[in-house]
Design a protein around this ligand. Sequence first.
Ligand code: VTB
Length: 323
Amino acid sequence: MKPKLTPDRNLSLEAVRGTEAAAIAAALHMGGGDEKIADEAAVGAMQQALNTFHIDGTVRIGEEGDDINNGLYIGAKVGTGNGVKADVALVALEGKSIVARGGYNALSVLATAEDGGFLTVPNIYMEKIAFSQEVPEGTVDLDNKPAENLRSIADAKNVDIADLLVVMLDRPRHIKLLAEVRKAGARVRLILDGDVSGAIASVMPNNAVDVYMGIGGAQQGVLAAAATRCFGGHMQGRLITRNEEDAFKAREIGIKILDAKLTANEMASGNVTFAATGVSEGYMLNGVTLFPGGATTHSMVMRSHTGTFRFVEGHHKFQKLDN
Ligand code: VTB
C-alpha cells in the first residue's frame, strides 16, 4: 500500500519541548533528597514552555496541592490561546521520589487531546491493567483472576506464562496480587514509583514488559491511557474510592459511576498525542545527561491518528536557551 504522508499538525512535536524542559529542570536535582524542589522545578519549566505553544489549551489532568504555586492545575488555561483548542494532561515530574533518591524510570509527560478528549479524574487511586495490541480485546479483564489474564496474554503471544514480565508498584497493597502472579509463574519487576513508565512499556510493541498490573495514581492512569491509544494497545482502569473523601472528590470532579471499568478510549478519546522525556534512565528512555553548558535529552513522541512514534534526542545549550 502506498503510504499517505499528510503533513497535518502533530502537537506532540511541540509538546516534547515542554517535557524536555521539565526533565532537565528536574534532573538538576537528581539525588538531592528533596522531591518538592525537583517537582517545582519541573512544573515551572513545563509551564514556561507550554505558554509558548500555539494552542488554546485547558489542563484536564494537572498538578495540584497547595504546596505548589503553579499554573498547571486542573482547569488552567495554557498556550498562547491562538491555536487549536486542546485538552492537556500532564505530570511534569512522574516519579518525584525517584529523582529525590537518584533512581530509575522518572519521566516528564505531556499529552494532548481534542477538546473534551480527556477524562478528568481526581488525585485518588486507580486499579489498572495494560498490555499490547496483539492480545485480543475481551480476553483480559480487570475482573478476571490474575492467572486467567496471564494465561490469555501468554496464549496471544504464543509464549509460556513463565516468559511474561509483569510490572507493578512495590506496595503493601499488592501483596495478594503479587502472590497470585508469582503462583501463576510469571516474572515480576517491582517498581518503586513511576507507574506511567511501566504502563507505557507494557503497551509498546516488542518491549520486554508484557503487562502492567495493580493500583497506582488515577491521573497517571489517564496519561497511560493516552500512550495506550497512541500505540494501539489495551488498558482498563477503575477508580478506587477507599473512603467517603475519595468518593466525594470523584463526584465533585464529575465522575458519575465511581466503580466503572474504563477503557483507554474512555479516558483518552479522539486524536491524542503523547510526549515523554526521560529524567532518569528507564525502560524506554535514557535519562538527562548533563555536560558543561548543556544537556542531552531522550524523548518519545507519538500520536493516535497515525500511530507513528518517534524517539527524539535533544541537544540543549543552556546559554542560548537563556537568551
Ligand atoms: C504511582 C506512581 C506515581 O503515585 O501512581 C503512585 O506512578 C501511586 O501512589 O509516581 P502511592 O505512592 O501512594 O502508591 C506516584 O508515586 C506519584 O505520587
